[in-house]
Design a binder for this molecule. Sequence first.
Ligand code: FES
Length: 102
Amino acid sequence: MKPKHHVFVCMNQRPPGHPRGSCGGSGASGVFETMMGEMEKRDLFGQIQVTGTFCLGPCDQGPTMVVYPEGVWYKGVKPEDVTEIFEQHLLKDQPVERLRLM
Ligand code: FES
């Protein structure tokens, strides 16, 4: 079955002190783990796909993620934001404006 949404979560990790920073260094692994916990709790496998990726580009705004097919980007996502992203955007198609990058 084709998923309704595919979420790419930047997991890129650069060394501490790197001038570009990285989502991995800003807590992306906690965001990804929380995403997978929500997937399991809500039994969404097959409907929504979550994939960890390397750098998406806007490293200084991390942790970043992008939701397809609509191409909504989020910045500065924290684990405590993940429930809202699921409940508003992934389940009700209303992007979370306060976290939106583009
Ligand atoms: S390291 Fe995440 S956007 Fe570049």
